[in-house]
Ligand binder design. Sequence first.
Ligand code: ZN
Length: 163
Amino acid sequence: MKRGAFADVPLTMLIPGLSPAGVESLKDAARAVDAARAIATGAEWEWALDHAIFAGPQPGTPVILGLDVIEHAHGSDQLEFLLQVVWTDLGRLAVDAAVNVACWCDTDHATHDVDAFSLAVDDLAMLPQAFRAGAERLIGWLADPHDADYWRAKAGLPARQPG
Ligand SMILES: [Zn+2]
């Protein structure tokens, strides 16, 4: 994974076949996300050129391009906002977005997705629209409290235990 500003993402190498208008559309959506996350720290765009071409089903989800906004609310706690362009097992593109939090259940699940968005992209021409929809969802989440307990309560999960 390479990391940096969206302006550094080699979009036409990463997503071969993306039209010039598509490139501009992705840049516009990314600019809106960057503006919304201005107060968040530790967030950078990530991309993997070795995922530009679908290499068949793999363990885990091959992420082509993504943004991971991590908020460490309190010490060991975690709140993370994600926006990703990925390959599905079927070799189709999808745009995924999620909010995940550290787990404080009696049984340790590590993390929980407390809200999630996924849009399959059957045709590359639909990618800009799907990316924009994912970006809008992420921007909406970033306007909500950056407090993991807020998100756990909303999802009916146990709150962080002191100590
Ligand atoms: Zn749990």
